[in-house]
Design a protein around this ligand. Structure first.
Ligand code: NAP
Length: 320
């Protein structure tokens, strides 16, 4: 079968399409024929070799994907060949025609969800759900700013927050992205490239501030996020690409909380809750993953370059 292999850490060019042996499932394992693989920013951080998680070389990237069960190992009772599934992890990587998985990391894919959408679920929607519910503990009626709403996590957060009865303010850097954020449910949309956008968000709350901010680029925004929080507001740091200086007094004055999060820390119990909720939302179409670009597997370097560029529009997926 064909798979993307990384033999040395580096730029997008180290992603090479190669012929590799088909995986064989051991006890408790399943082989999935990948219909689409999700491209997450973390895949590109890992590829550079500078991220906290450093796989042994060579490796196949990717944790997200969706497809059909191709083979099941002994002791697997929940899945049969031909079942449609999405992945919440992979033993062998998802940038491939087939992926070896632990059976417990697979979730049945609702019939109304395409493989490309299925590849957009786990990291983006799982992160958005965990940030809103476990970390920020949102309540209906609160106001949330999704700071960076046009990408994979942001669109998921807008849809989940809207369904949960929050007032949703989203941001995007491009006109196309802002239209998408509005179409997916944000009550108000602002441009995060405009220097006065913090003032605009504050004005949209009548000067009261946001109860919750989901922050996709904390190194750029965290200091000013603290100035547009309501009393007892919470900032969840979802993404950050460098250091930042803050004035702690801005947090003190508001009894505010800065909450770091990573989906890797979700417990098995959290993941059961997350995916039960996500499947319910997918089935009733409250949650509608937006696939902005589907790129052939062989062009994985192009996908990794694109995921780090501005102008996000939903999710980028690879098609084997
Ligand atoms: P993505 O699809 O590439 O989207 C990136 C988002 O960041 C876009 O909405 C982009 O908007 C926005 N952005 C760019 N400049 C911004 C600015 N100055 N202020 C606010 N937002 C800005 O990535 P993603 O999958 O949604 O992930 C978003 C971030 O969260 C990444 O840094 C990723 O590594 C991180 N993440 C963390 C976890 C975790 O477990 N903590 C999980 C998933 C993702 P425009 O392109 O419209 O400018």
């Amino acid at each position: 079968m064909k798979a993307i292999r990384v033999h040395a850490f580096g730029g997008p060019e180290v992603l090479r399409l190669e012929e590799v042996p088909e995986p064989k499932p051991a006890a408790g394992q399943v082989v999935v024929r990948i219909g689409a693989a999700g491209v997450n920013p973390v895949d590109s951080y890992i590829r550079t070799g500078t991220y906290a998680r450093k796989p042994a070389l060579p490796y196949t990237p990717g944790t997200d994907g969706a497809g059909t069960v191709a083979a099941v190992g002994p002791e697997v009772t929940r899945f049969a060949v031909g079942d449609r599934v999405y992945l919440t992890g992979s033993l062998s990587g998802t940038y491939a025609e087939q992926s070896l998985c632990e059976a417990q990391t697979l979730v049945p894919l609702p019939a109304n969800v395409t493989f490309a959408q299925g590849a957009a679920i786990h990291v983006p929607y799982g992160t958005a759900y965990q940030s809103l519910y476990r970390h920020a503990r949102v309540r209906a009626g609160e106001t949330v700013l999704v700071h960076g709403a046009s990408g994979g996590v942001g669109i998921a957060a807008v849809q989940i927050a809207r369904a949960a009865g929050l007032r949703v303010i989203g941001t995007a850097g491009s006109e196309r992205g802002r239209k998408l954020v509005a179409a997916e449910g944000a009550h108000e949309v602002v441009d995060h490239t405009a220097p006065d956008h913090f003032e605009k968000v504050l004005a949209l709350t009548g000067g009261r501030g946001c109860d919750v901010i989901l922050e996709m680029l904390a190194n750029v925004n965290l200091a000013r996020d603290l100035t547009i929080l309501a009393t007892r507001g919470r900032v969840v740091v979802v993404g950050s690409r460098g250091p930042v200086e803050i004035l702690p007094r801005e947090a003190m004055m508001r009894d505010a909380a800065i909450l770091g999060m990573t989906l890797w820390n979700a417990t098995p119990g959290d993941l059961v809750t997350i995916h039960a909720a996500l499947v319910a939302g997918l089935e009733n179409r409250t949650l509608r993953p937006v696939v902005g670009q589907d790129i052939p597997l062989a062009q994985a370097p192009r996908a990794h370059a694109a995921v780090m560029e501005p102008g996000a529009y939903g999710k980028i997926v690879l098609i084997p």
